[in-house]
Every structure is written in C-alpha cells, then in structure tokens.
Write a protein that binds this ligand. Structure first.
Ligand SMILES: [Fe+2]
Length: 241
C-alpha cells in the first residue's frame, strides 16, 4: 500500500514540526503495512502555503536519506495537495506545482463547504493536457454529503476520488462516513489515504478505512484500492532487495 495523500514533511504546512516527528510518522505507517508515501504539502495560491517544486523535492530527498539512515523500509515521493483555482491548468503547465510522484495525476483539495464554481472546467482542462484530477476527501464536503451521486458526473469527466481512511471509520462524523461508503457502493472510490498530519492526531493509518471497505464491499475492492496506489508510483520505486 502506498499512501498518496499525507503531510509528513516538517515545517512546510500544518504537518509535523520536526524531522524526529516525521520519522515517528514513518514508523507508524510501516506498522500499518504502508510501504511508501507521496508527500502532499498544501499549495494554496496567495498564502504562505505555496512551496516551490524545488523546495518540496529537496525535502523529499533529505527525508529519504534520513529514512535510510534509520534503517526503515519506506520511500517517499514528491507531490502537493493543490487548492483549487480556476486557472489551475495554467499553473500546472507553467510547472509551478507538482503532480503525484511525477505521474500525470494531480491531487486537488476539495473545500469542506460549497463546491467551487468551475470545478468541471478545471477537471476538463487538466484532462485535455493529459492530466488526471484526483479529488482529495470529497466525502468531507457538505454538498457531496447531501448528494453523493453528484460525484459521478465529475468522475465521468475524468476525475478520480480519494477518501480519507478515518472518514470511513467514522473519525469525521456520520455524514462523511456515509458519503465515503456511498462513493464505494457507486463504484467511484479510487484511493483511500491517511491525510496524516502528525504522530498523535490524524496519524498515518489506512487499515481502519480498508477494513470498512472489506466489510461493506468485499476483499476484491480492497485489492483494487491497494493496486491503484501502486499505479501512481509505477516505475518510480527503487528496486527492493
Ligand atoms: Fe491533506
């Protein structure tokens, strides 16, 4: 299993505050059966959370060195969780943001309240560039909670859906849980990730969410979710001995 949405890098957003905590988070992830993770610090235009691709790549490189020194069997990859804006396709083509592990998949943050106008145009614009929008935790958005079927149209336009593992296990309330399970029943759930921010709260655990999917949908659905995560890093993982 690869975690494709999490905040392990220190002092770049609302994630951990030290390399020590980042390493502790890797240990928790390893204990949960996670073999690697795409680092997705927030990138929100016009705020302090707007790291450059080079900054993120530099931290990922340092993190991999530190993980190796600790003797942990884990690899991290560069990425970002990008706040949605109308001209996102242009920002992507300018190279101002990172895709997930240098793939053609782009993690887009879905706000918690209203859906942004023009989300369809952004998905379509990325699609015409050969990029795929991965919608981050839409089950926590009020409009999708009121009407989970609304996501089907966006998936039909080419978007993929990532839900947070602890939404499935009830950590974000009944509405988020119900919505995430409904996405799975509708066949429009593609990734389960931790969205971890620390070693204490919002930890790097996905098995809790996968257990819910296994119970409600079945083992094959879990296998597909796991294999989807490897597609993101396909061909980019270091060979393991
Ligand atoms: Fe996140």
């Amino acid at each position: 299993m690869i975690d494709i949405h999490c905040h392990f890098l220190p002092n770049i957003d609302d994630g951990p505050k030290s390399w020590e905590e980042s390493i502790e988070m890797v240990k928790i992830a390893c204990g949960d059966g996670i073999r690697g993770a795409v680092m997705t610090p927030h990138w929100i235009q016009g705020t302090n959370w707007q790291p450059t691709p080079d900054t993120v790549r530099g931290l990922v490189e340092e993190f991999n060195d530190r993980i190796k020194k600790e003797g942990l069997d884990f690899e991290v990859y560069p990425g970002m969780e990008i706040g949605i804006i109308a001209d996102l396709p242009k920002v992507v083509s300018n190279g101002d943001v990172l895709t997930l592990a240098d793939s053609d998949f782009i993690l887009i943050e879905v706000p918690f309240y209203n859906l942004p106008l023009g989300i369809e145009e952004v998905i379509f614009g990325l699609e015409t560039m050969g990029k795929t929008a991965v919608l981050a935790h839409p089950e926590r958005n009020r409009e999708f909670q009121n009407s989970p079927r609304r996501i089907v149209e966006l998936v039909g336009m080419g978007a993929l859906v990532q839900v947070t593992a602890s939404s499935l296990s009830g950590g974000f309330g009944d509405a988020a849980k119900g919505c995430a399970i409904e996405f799975a029943k509708l066949g429009v759930l593609h990734f389960v990730s931790s969205d971890a921010h620390s070693k204490k709260h919002r930890t790097p655990i996905v098995s809790n969410g996968l257990a819910v999917i296994e119970k409600k949908i079945g083992k094959e659905a879990v296998d597909n979710l796991v294999s989807n995560t490897y597609q993101i890093i396909n061909g980019k993982s270091r060979a393991r001995g």
